[in-house]
Write a protein that binds this ligand. Sequence first.
Ligand code: ADP
Ligand code: ASP
Ligand code: MG
Length: 483
Amino acid sequence: MLMTSETPLLKSAALVMKFGGTSVGTSAAMQQVINIVKTEKEHWRDVIVVTSALSGVTDALLDMIYKGVKGQIGNLEDRATELAHRHFEIADTLISDHATHQVIKKEINDIMTQVLDLCKAIAILGETTPRVQDTIASAGERMCIRLLSAALQSAGIAAEPVEATRLIRTDDCYTDAHPDLNKTKKLIRAVLIPLLKKGKTPVITGFIAAAENGSVTTLGRGGSDYSAALIGASLPADDVWIYTDVNGVMTADPRLVHNATTVPVCSYREIAELAYYGAKVLHPKTIRPVIEAGIGLRVCNTFNPAHPGTRLVSELKARNGVIKAITTIRGLQLVTLEGRGMLGVPGVAARTFDAVAQLGTSVPLITQASSEQSICFAVPTESTQAVIATLTTAFAPEIKSRDIDRVWATDEVGIVTVVGEGMRSIPGVSGRIFTALGNKNVNVIAIAQGSSEVSISLVVAADYIQQALQVLHELILNAVPAV
Ligand code: ADP
Ligand code: ASP
Ligand code: MG
């Protein structure tokens, strides 16, 4: 909001704050969230909270399904009790009112009893469906909003839990559902605006939504960021702040590169490339709704709220040659389809990717030699054999006639992606990248340039990923500071 001397000092209008799993994972962390919400309530007229499940809870729920399918039901009850108890411990510390405390414990118990019943049914059937999986996976966020709302109420904030099944309408692509933006916008406004008018602070489940028939869907792993963006864009809010466990978007994953530093300002194009190529800090779908609504986006640290974190902006004046950040995707193999007769085979690329898409396999990177004698693309290691089998069938006639010689896969590789608006001056940047890698004997197997020209992706053997990360990160640290 632009302030002038005539502007009365009003509170800014609406802020959506999204807290990730570690931010709500313990009573100390949740206390920190309460403090942050309290502080921001002083600066904003409306505060809307979106939360993930407690850290590790979604993984644990999905593992219970897996164990059910395998018929390993021995300790399912213990695991359900353990999950409920993690929530009870926080309730014991942060909910002061006895009656509320009892109600919340009962609600959490009921949710986990439903999960347990479903897992037992899965064990009897020996199989599950994506729809049942989403119902079970949604339990983490459903428990968390009840707990966090009650804890905020104990701290004097008029919080109200809201399940996003009432707000986000999707198709029925369970486990990775796509929202109907028009319906979602109407629902969000119809449910949240009256609550905000009453002075309430909605505490909303991230990750989950509902299909037209009312069944629970989820927006994909890590999808709570996307939920926050959809809510922020629909209201619309002024800003969406993604609170996580590191100081914003960093030059590399700080778990892998110990001297990674915060990137203070990042363009939407840069963060989109980073998110797509594996930087878990922001779900890749978060960006579009925020850009389209023209609202602000910031990534910041629950455990260091005074740190400014990273501001995401639509346009950045790039400094030529500046690399901002590096990211990796591991656990891939490169599949190559090659043959001297390929040039004459109609629609090779379309047929290849159509066959791979039929398997539901994601392809994070494609390279094609301009001679059109080979197509090479990356797939997750666990899909490689199925991909080779499918392509061998799809191109059986061409393999028989020797137009295609073979379909084969490399050993395990990873993609290391270098991101920065300054990458547009490719010659200088790629020169520095390849010199640095060559000096450390890191062999680059394949290269692809991101479509938005703000990234270069390099494929390297699995054993060299860590070294490639370190070497390229040095290029960032030794460069003039990026804006
Ligand atoms: P949350 O539960 O808050 O959504 P996530 O685990 O999904 O948190 O994402 C935060 C994590 O992303 C960090 O702890 C960090 O290890 C990882 N990460 C990967 N790449 C980056 C990066 N470039 N900048 C910051 N964090 C990153
Ligand atoms: N709890 C969900 C997950 O673990 C969603 C999220 O954390 O954003 O994938
Ligand atoms: Mg996340």
